[in-house]
Design a protein around this ligand. Structure first.
Ligand code: HEC
Length: 506
């Protein structure tokens, strides 16, 4: 008979190993970088939610590195890498010449042939000695510790805001770069200009011979402020962009196509838009949102969370949520949408998926556009969301149906106005005026209604969008709300008064 080892002896090895690895990890878990683990339920999947990095400053881009760390950018010019298991962060680079009044350092992508070309492509805004703002695409090389040897690959005009941006590399080794419109409306649909476009470059910064407009980096055009760009697993390219007062969009990007901005927002559903679309071939979104949500970074998901399989994961700023946009089998259309973590972590600028199916979201609560209740002392953060198990059938909760109630005034204000004028109506000094202290709001009703219907372009360059697309009833509610609740006037305005001003304008 074979001699059998006592059980205790058999287990001693593995247990010792486990304890040793725990004692190695505990100090790192206790140093405050990693938060507590919370649970979150999907239909049948239990998720685990955990903060893995704190005290960051405007996380813009996160990519999964070849070292299984998360490489990320912060708006104040830092590129760093995060060990998602321990929370350890190592600095890779401080960009010296970034300019951050609003944006600063934005997107980053790693070279796909890392073994032979350990290079990183980075986009940031820079102010020249002559005060002109530019947007630079720079390549750095990784020496095993830091990013060194910057090479300027391409430079385009920049602006305080509206620069985009997001970078991805295609399977055929081209760099795709989503750029903002810089508020230069005349040039957005002109392939001679790089604003409001998806640009396509070779990895050395030269222009590919098979681009649709010879000699131009332009691949597709007609975008406003794109901050999400991602390939689905079959190579379909999706972009997410901010609309103005209406129509945030996700579009499927195809070579040479025009996506309509500034003539068309969202679908062609206004008379002027229909007229424009009649003789200008335009591709319409696969999804549009009014009220707006401010979509930002996007990643493709096909991991171990079954409810999220074959989906675009979209982080949103204004709406402070993670949106799960499931795709059809051909990955051309969005078949449904889930909304998660609303208002829980603040503004979300990017999302990144690990090879094992964990999802990481990065907050942007220390950027120029603050929101109520944020930043919290731990901001900005990177938070991990991962599968923790299956919920037993008996314990699954039927999701409550969302009520399609009439829109109360406060909700209209939150959806259409608060992103700029802020929930308390006090605005952002220098950008968005306080409504509490507004004399225009207290003054002549007709002038006020006219202003809200048509919007304006102010001296600071920030515009007040036109709200003529809202119904008379909605406008009466929201204008009364700001006039009475915020500015303290005795009387609101009626739907009849709105109708009258509309009629006078014609
Ligand atoms: C995208 C940002 C943005 C949004 C959204 C927005 N506004 Fe404004 N608003 C502005 C800016 C910028 C100004 C200053 C424009 C100017 O002075 O010409 C302004 C000015 C105003 C004023 C005049 C203030 C003053 O005293 O001059 C009122 C009233 C106003 N907005 C109401 C609203 C209402 C109501 C909504 C929602 C239905 C709204 N705004 C949504 C940006 C915005």
């Amino acid at each position: 008979m074979k001699k059998r080892w006592p059980r205790a002896v058999l287990w001693a090895g593995p247990i010792f190993f486990l304890l040793a690895s725990l004692s190695f990890r505990v100090p790192q878990l206790l140093d405050g970088r990693m938060g507590p683990t919370e649970s979150y339920a999907l239909d049948s999947t239990r998720l685990e939610v955990k903060t893995v990095a704190t005290n960051l400053n405007g996380v813009w881009d996160m990519v999964w590195g070849p070292d299984n760390w998360i490489w990320f950018t912060e708006q104040d010019g830092k590129v760093r890498r995060l060990n998602p298991e321990t929370g350890q962060i190592l600095d890779l680079l401080q960009i010296p010449d970034y300019y951050r009044k609003r944006l600063g350092l934005m997107s980053m992508v790693l070279h796909p042939d890392w073994k032979t070309s350990p290079q990183v492509f980075i986009n940031y805004t820079h102010m020249q000695p002559d005060s002109v703002i530019v947007s630079k695409l720079v390549r750095y090389t990784y020496n095993g510790k830091n990013l060194i040897k910057p090479v300027l690959l391409y430079q385009i005009p920049g602006y305080l805001g509206h620069n985009g941006s997001r970078l991805v590399v295609s399977k055929d080794r081209k760099l795709l770069w989503a750029t903002g419109d810089l508020k230069q409306k005349e040039t957005i649909l002109d392939p001679k200009f790089p604003n409001g476009k998806v640009l396509r470059l070779n990895l050395d910064g030269t222009i590919p011979a098979d681009n649709p407009f010879p000699g131009s980096p332009v691949w597709a055009m007609g975008f406003r402020v794109p901050q999400g760009l991602v390939f689905a697993s079959n190579g379909n390219l999706f972009i997410a962009e901010h609309g103005d007062a209406t129509d945030d969009e996700v579009n499927r990007v195809v070579k040479g196509a025009s996506y309509g901005w500034p003539h068309i927002a969202g679908f062609s559903d206004l008379p002027d838009e229909e007229r424009y679309a009649a003789d200008h071939p335009t591709v319409f979104p696969v999804k549009a949102w009014t009220p707006t949500i401010a979509p930002a970074g996007m990643d493709y998901y096909d991991g171990n969370i079954p409810e999220w399989k074959n989906a675009l994961l979209l982080s949103t700023l204004k709406d402070q949520s993670l949106r799960v946009l499931r795709l059809d089998a051909k990955k051309e259309k969005i078949v449904d949408e889930q909304i998660h973590f609303s208002k829980q972590f603040g503004r979300l600028r990017d999302v990144c998926v690990s090879p094992s199916g964990a999802v990481f979201i990065g907050t942007s609560n220390r950027d120029w556009n603050p929101i109520a209740n944020f930043p919290i002392p731990a901001d900005d953060r990177i938070i991990r969301i991962s599968r923790a198990g299956t919920i037993p059938k008996a314990a699954r909760v039927a999701k409550a149906q969302k009520s399609a109630d009439a829109e109360p005034a406060a909700l209209l204000y939150a959806s259409y106005c608060a992103s700029c004028h802020k929930p308390d109506g006090r605005g952002v000094p220098g950008s968005f005026p306080s409504l509490v202290a507004s004399s225009r709001l207290k003054g002549d009703k007709k002038a006020l209604i006219k202003f809200i219907l048509t919007g304006s372009q102010s001296a600071s360059g920030e515009g007040m969008p036109a709200f003529g697309f809202m119904s008379d009833k909605q406008l009466a509610e929201v204008v009364s709300y700001v006039r009475v609740k915020l500015a303290g006037e005795a009387s609101g305005v009626s739907a009849e008064e709105i109708k009258q001003v509309r009629a006078d304008k014609k």
